[in-house]
Write a protein that binds this ligand. Sequence first.
Ligand code: BG6
Length: 608
Amino acid sequence: MCGIIGYVGTENASRKLIEGLKILEYRGYDSAGVALLSKSELSIIKATGRVEELEEMVVKKEVKSEYYCGIGHTRWATHGSVSEDNAHPHRMGRVTLVHNGIIENYLELRARLEKEGVVFKSETDTEVACALFDKYYEENIHPCVAIYKAVREIRGSYAFGIMFEGYEGRIFGLRHRSPLLVGSGSDGMYLASDITALLPFTKTYSLIEETEVVELRENEAIFYTHDGIYDPVWQEATMNYDQAKRGGYSHYMLKEINEQSDALRKTITPRISGGLPDFSHDGISRDIFQGIKQIHIVGCGSAYNVGCIGARLIEEYSRVSASAFVASEYRYSPPVNMQGTLIIAISQSGETADTLASVRYAKLCGCRVVSIINARESTLARESDKVIYTYAGPEIAVATTKGFSTQLAILYLLSVYLGIYTSKLDTEVAKLKIDELKRCEGVVSNRLKGAKSVESLAELLYKKENCFFIGRGLDYFMCLEGALKLKEISYIHAQAYQAGELKHGTISLVENETPVIALMGEERLFDKTLSNIKETKSRGAFTVALMPKNEKSPQECGDFVIELLGNSLIEYLFDELLCVQLLSYRVALLRRCDIDKPRNLAKSVTVE
Ligand code: BG6
């Protein structure tokens, strides 16, 4: 949701903070700010809009001062409008801080502090937290004592980077349900919301546990817990900075779309042995399913969409009851019966608050949790019983692409694995299914080489304001993803609809030249979906069919036809996915949208 960076050391702090904020900007980009400390002063510089605007202000300011310590923040607005007053860092009395998360009881705290004479300048929950720390930071107590006293009164989620007057040159960090890491570099110590912001400076990092407070000094980090000081566990990041950079592509999204064939190979290969799915690589054996009566798949956004496909595949191959749920709904209206339930949580970032909350609820009900995650060392990874990592590498663009395709591959492998476990899938059939999955790598790379038809379609669609995606069975769930991609980055109002359901009401919205895109990978339902296309055509729609090659001529099926690559349903689904990703990318390009950072969105929503 928001990005935090901190630095104290021998180099120029402002350049470190700005570089780190540019990497963290995908977490939110409504406003940005830094608090910079030189030998003589503490300067707070804030700007609405992108980090570039802030950078110009900092460059002007730093002419006079050599900053060696500072904290920075890039914001996705939750409480309070996008304004300079609401931008972080916030300062109250002798405390300056940045925050990622939501203080759920901030109104009650604010009212109490106002009664004690505190005057607030912003509408944010963060400023209230700042005032609380300042209140407890009386003379000659250590900031850690003030911190522990204050957080006892805070409900909600937070990651804080804090500077205390009187402790110049030190940064304090703590977290609860929001991510925060410490980086140890040759030129100083770092604090960051995620590992990618540390990579330009160091690969050595340590997690901050929920009960700890860390104190950063120029050349050391002290980790405090309630009962003393302890040595952290330093780790080496496995990814490198180049991976996280754009690598010559005009957008991260295009880079990540093009990385999918490689990401699929890296994700699938370690989970196949003897031609069959095998999760021993992940420390998972078939006993993970011991006593399981049903499977609940939880996720948000695209993670929910791919979860829908996974649930259907699991039911088809294993006959085990499986359902997908939007995480933000699941945790407030969970199914009645949680007995014998295995939770599969899907999250690219592993930090999505709604997904985490669903997992925590399910664990309270005694459920086992297997999570499919891309980002290593994430909060969800630490709270799951087992983790299956997708090896997609860092995903920076807000709209997920390689995250989705690698999640789909894992879900497909799991459904076949479970089918063998329940003996509903014959081993030979299972091997055929795995062969089909392995061919998807080729389908993806061939589509990437042959995307001309998709680009032509984008030329026909980019001026539209509405669009329908229709499909049946698994195609419908891929329609959900297609519609979300188009909405997310091109701002065209796209809607996914079950093809058979359209005629029961929503077809009233179809008028002359309304684009209706039909995904038709489910060959068993081809004729049914074709009838639905014709129903829209007879009402003037501009019909598009993404379909396998068959005896019907393209003219019979749609105004614009794209022949799907491959020759099995899973291959068609992957090709449909690539087509909708490339289509939304091209349309957004033609509409001159901000593809990697679409308006109002953030890559990972770490608040509810
Ligand atoms: C949204 C992203 O904020 O969160 C989507 O824009 C993503 O792309 C969704 O699918 C879930 O995020 P995650 O990290 O839990 O997969």
